[in-house]
Write a protein that binds this ligand. Structure first.
Ligand SMILES: Cc1ncc(COP(=O)(O)O)c(C=O)c1O
Length: 359
């Protein structure tokens, strides 16, 4: 089995990172060229005049508990977007390495790869089979790739990838690449993380985020879970103070039993609302098809996506138009709102019946 860290860009394998100033707060800090004073409106605990702790032990310990993974296998990032970016920059040499992406899926995998000058090989999901992954085609494309990006539940299609598929792809990539499963929406799904596969599949990397189920999108907090040596290298590639202190303080406030229990109750309530919304949308003449979803959104095929988007906009509601994505003609993605948002949405879509929109 090839060590995952040995698959990183050759020129980064001995990389020496910038050394962040000691985060110690129990001595007078005259070592980091910070300001000695703080604003009178600065109500942060750490003080915004001070650099944040680059390795916030309390937050990391609580995240290790939340995700049931050892601390040394966790990389704290500014959301999963940052994790995707640092993975591509660390693993792929510009003009040389390739990544595999399975559309329709989250757009940042291809964006990060293109920004880094890595080639992107597309292996489309199969719309005829509920957007199932073509495992053999992913394995074939993966032969020349450094990274395979998978997303489960997938955005925007809402379906899950079976564990056997992940294992097969990891095994096929074991001597030359990493398999990254983005689990941004896994808290909403009945079967949760692939964390249990990590021991058997050391080249499996998981991405988790506090943006979705934990309602902290504004704090930009994500966690990459992977091989400890790989995590050490990725941390060296990130900026020296990767997460701002107000965001770390938000994480500390979240990662206590009560707020976590509240988030879990909200997730359960959202799944009930999602199914109620689906049933109501199924009755709307403007809607042709709704796919099953294990996320906090529904992918919906409309008779006329532009008319539905316009009717929602008229009602002050934003939904995402995917009609230009391959295989998603006339599809929109709707995030499940609270009761009142969903009622407004149903009203608006009711108003977008084909007769009205064309009339
Ligand atoms: C599949 C998926 N991954 C990652 C993200 C971004 O997550 P974060 O807010 O942690 O950067 C999103 C955001 O919509 C997403 O849909």
């Amino acid at each position: 089995m090839t060590e995952p860290v040995s698959l990183a860009r050759r020129d980064l394998r001995q990389f020496v990172p910038y050394e962040a100033a000691s985060p110690a707060r129990d001595a007078v800090r005259l070592h980091a060229n910070e300001s000695a004073w703080r604003h009178d409106w600065d109500d942060s605990r750490a003080g915004l005049n001070r650099y944040p702790d680059p390795r916030p032990a309390a937050v990391l310990a609580r995240l290790a508990e939340l995700y049931e993974a050892p601390v040394e296998e966790l990389l704290l990032t500014r959301g999963s977007d940052d994790a995707i970016d640092v993975l591509v920059r660390t693993m792929c040499a510009a003009g040389q390495d390739r990544v595999v992406v399975c559309p329709p899926t989250f757009g940042m995998y291809a964006v990060a790869a293109r920004l880094q000058g890595a080639a992107v090989d597309l292996v489309p999901l199969d719309p005829e089979r509920g957007f199932a992954l073509d495992v053999d085609a992913v394995i074939a494309a993966g032969r020349s790739a450094k990274l395979v990006f998978l997303c489960s539940p997938n955005n925007p299609t809402g379906n899950l990838i079976p564990a056997e598929a992940v294992v097969r792809i990891c095994q096929a990539m074991a001597d030359h690449g990493l398999v990254v499963v983005d689990e941004a929406y896994s808290e909403f799904a009945p079967e949760q993380s692939f964390a249990g596969l990590r021991q058997a599949c050391p080249n499996l990397v998981l991405l988790r985020t506090l943006s979705k189920a934990y309602a902290l999108a504004g704090a930009r907090l994500g966690v990459l879970i992977g091989d400890a040596d790989l995590v050490r290298l990725l941390r060296a590639v990130l900026p020296p103070y990767p997460v701002p202190s107000p965001c770390l303080e938000a994480a500390e406030r979240l990662l206590r039993p009560e707020p976590v229990a509240q988030a879990r109750a909200e997730v359960a309530a959202m799944t009930t609302r999602r199914e109620a919304l689906r049933q109501a949308l199924e009755l709307a003449p403007a809607i042709l098809e709704i796919w099953p979803s294990a996320g906090n959104f529904l992918l919906v095929r409309c008779r006329d996506a532009a008319a539905v988007v316009a009717a929602c906009s008229e009602a002050g509601l934003l939904i995402r138009d995917f009609s230009r994505a391959p295989g998603l003609q006339h599809c929109v993605r709707i995030t499940v709102g609270d009761e009142s948002h969903n009622a407004r949405l149903l009203d608006a879509i009711g108003a977008a019946t084909p007769e009205v929109s064309h009339g």
